[in-house]
Design a protein around this ligand. Structure first.
Ligand code: SDX
Length: 431
């Protein structure tokens, strides 16, 4: 519950406006400005929402200065080491770690929803083979509301629950089939005897001519990647899902909107852009040229996989990912991978450079993930779809929290209008 004891006083011209303040469990206090326009006749102005809390949430907390990420209070480092993705899904969805019985029931429910309506295959076949898998995922997920209308009534808690399970269960199938379609291979159906990440890897890499023996090193690494990407407070794509959901749109439409937003290179598309940048740099001796470009205000080039709106210290996910990259490439016998060497040297040089140090720019979750995914055999075009399938549980958990929030309203920001004042129409002959 929000406390109202503290107050903030604003002096606006001749008016003094008192606004309630609230204290969080963790993080800065907030000024509740809901009554500001009514009492002060002014808006606040915060493009990019750098100082604005859009909602009250109990799901994820980031301490950007300390480089800490908590899912329902549990640190990402501990979860990445001791937990596994479906247990993390349960935690994010329901608020606590499951008992053994609850976990078994949850895993069974997810396992039994991994298949896609057979007719949806026609959607895949409507795309060009060279379509980006994210374009396919936006389309397929949006279309799910037409194939699963019995879990679109957002007023029905049971339908919300079914939609959440369906989304988590079917995203690996959708992502895998988008990949298969892009390489001209037949779709591989999920199997109920495989765990979540093994199922995904097999759907991506098995072929009718030869089954795919899941390498436990890779399935554990994939599972860890999914855990690291599962949720992250009110990032751009999660805010997109919440905003779409605030109008009452069905859950599949909301997740499709989130996928579209994640695709951007400033957000989830950075993992693909980062690996392409590392490949373009190519060798360690070319790093200084790119560092110079990243610092040049007149050059739009930025170091992809570097910097973050919230983290002004190491992204804890990047640390785990870097360890995982060493482990996976070492176990695969490709530890002298040139791309990994360039990434490590680039990180070392950047973190000693005054520009990056002064702006507190550190590697983020996207800096190392692509190196692992490439080593697993994925093309760069599949990096963001894998981010999307991992983040689906975060999107749907945040969406469920918003729908269940009694104070929830449709999101409708105001603006600072700097266009022309009212003027009369001018006939074309007089212009
Ligand atoms: C994700 O929000 C989330 O939680 C997102 C995410 C999640 O899990 O959902 O963590 C996932 O999106 C991670 C970020 C992936 N994006 C990239 O790696 C792309 C490269 N990074 C940048 O585009 C940038 O750092 C952002 C978009 C991530 C953050 O941008 P901000 O917070 O708006 O910061 P900014 O652009 O105002 O940068 C501050 C300064 C600027 O210089 P000045 O104008 O102050 O002189 O730092 C500079 C920027 O030019 N800067 C960089 C840089 N990132 C910021 N300069 C060079 N290279 C970079 N990567």
């Amino acid at each position: 519950m929000l406390d109202n004891q503290m107050k903030a006083t604003l002096q606006i011209r001749d008016k003094t406006v008192e606004l309630p303040m609230h204290s969080p469990t963790l993080g800065p206090d907030v000024i509740d400005i809901r009554k500001l326009y009514a009492e002060g006749d002014v808006f606040t102005y915060d493009p990019g929402f750098t100082s604005t809390a859009s909602c009250e949430s109990t799901i994820t907390y980031i301490d950007g200065d300390e480089g800490v990420l908590l899912y329902r209070g549990f640190s990402i480092d501990e979860l990445a080491e001791k937990s596994h993705f479906l247990e993390v899904c349960y935690l994010l969805l329901y608020g606590d770690l499951p008992t053994a019985e609850q976990l078994e029931d949850f895993e069974t429910r997810v396992t039994r929803h991994t298949m896609l309506h057979e007719q949806m295959q026609n959607f895949f076949r409507g795309f060009r083979r060279d379509a980006h898998p994210m374009a396919i995922m936006v389309g397929i997920v949006g279309a799910m509301s037409a194939f699963y209308p019995d879990s679109t009534d957002i007023a029905d808690p049971w339908q919300r629950e079914v939609a959440a399970i369906r989304m988590i269960a079917k995203m690996p199938t959708i992502a895998a089939w988008a990949y298969k379609y892009s390489v001209g291979q037949p779709f591989v159906y999920p199997r109920n005897d495989l765990d979540y990440s093994s199922n995904f890897l097999r759907m991506c890499f098995a072929v009718p001519a030869e089954d795919y023996e899941v390498n436990p090193i890779l399935s554990r690494a994939m599972d860890r990647i999914m855990t690291l990407h599962a949720d992250h407070e009110q990032n751009a794509s999660t805010s997109t899902v919440r905003l779409a959901g605030s109008s009452g749109a069905n859950p599949f439409a909301c997740i499709s909107a989130g996928i579209a937003c994640l695709w951007g290179p400033a957000h989830g598309g950075a993992n693909q852009a980062c690996l392409e940048m590392l490949r373009e740099i190519g060798t360690v001796d070319r790093i200084p040229e790119y560092i110079k470009r990243a610092k040049d205000k007149d050059d739009p080039f930025r170091l992809m996989g570097f910097g973050h709106r919230v983290y002004k210290n190491f992204d804890p996910r990047a640390k785990v990912m870097a360890q995982s990259a060493d482990e996976v490439l070492g176990l695969l016998g490709i530890e002298n991978n040139e791309t990994l060497q360039v990434a490590k040297e680039l990180e070392r040089i950047a973190l000693e450079d005054e520009y990056f140090v002064s702006k507190k720019l550190y590697p983020n979750v996207d800096f190392y993930s692509g190196i692992i995914l490439e080593a697993m055999g994925f093309p760069t075009s599949m990096f963001t779809p894998i981010f999307a399938l991992s983040r689906t549980v975060g999107w749907i958990s945040q969406w469920k929290e918003m729908i269940a929030d009694p104070s929830q309203k449709i999101g409708r920001p105001r603006q600072l209008y700097v266009g022309p004042a009212r003027r009369d129409y001018v006939e074309v002959e007089n212009r």
